[in-house]
Write a protein that binds this ligand. Structure first.
Ligand code: S3P
Length: 176
């Protein structure tokens, strides 16, 4: 996989960030702009396991999920160029963040807890870590989780302000 870095193009680009930061939406747009393959590790996980992540958590628990998620990240038959959207917790377990930095470029899509909470309020049922949390309790939970996770997210090659972030802007950032 190391050879990707020396060829033209960007090789593998991993999008990281909290749930609700828009990794999948942005990833699809960026992939179509650059003519790269788009891969969403959460979707690959669900297709492979034949159940949703919420169902997997309920059946096997978070530790088992993290183990499988890491194996999935490292075991993909990646093409030469791809945009890869990752689950919000993925960079924060095992050596996943270092692995991504060694095999491609990482982009952290950064947003404030308040913005994330507003975006997540209506779609959090799909996300096992957010269920049962509403309003201020949701903001509080995201604030604390984000503080822990930023230690890992902060190792990204590019840190992008996620507010009104466009694929065009990311493409520009990749040039420098
Ligand atoms: C998680 C984020 C989810 C999914 C799982 C756990 C997390 O992915 O991997 O529910 O720990 O932040 P998205 O960030 O794509 O929602």
């Amino acid at each position: 996989m190391e050879e990707n870095k020396n060829k033209t193009g960007h090789g593998l680009i991993f999008l990281i960030g909290f749930m609700g930061s828009g990794k999948t939406t942005l990833g699809r747009k960026l992939a179509s702009r650059l003519g790269y393959m788009f891969m969403d590790l959460d979707h690959i996980f669900e297709a492979q396991e034949g159940m949703t992540i919420a169902e997997y958590f309920a059946k096997y628990g978070e530790d088992a999920f993290r183990q499988k998620e890491s194996e999935l990240l490292k075991g993909q038959p990646y093409p030469e160029h791809a945009i890869i959207s990752t689950g919000g917790g993925l960079p924060c377990f095992f050596d996943n963040m270092d692995w991504m930095n060694a095999h491609g470029k990482t982009i952290y899509i950064k947003l404030t807890p308040k913005t994330l909470a507003d975006r997540l309020e209506n779609e959090k049922d799909q996300r096992p870590l957010l269920r049962e949390r509403h309003g201020e309790a949701l903001v509080q939970f995201i604030t604390e989780k984000l503080e822990e996770r930023e230690i890992f997210y902060g190792k990204a090659n590019i840190i992008a302000n996620g507010l009104s972030l466009t694929a065009e802007r990311v493409e520009e950032m990749l040039r420098y």
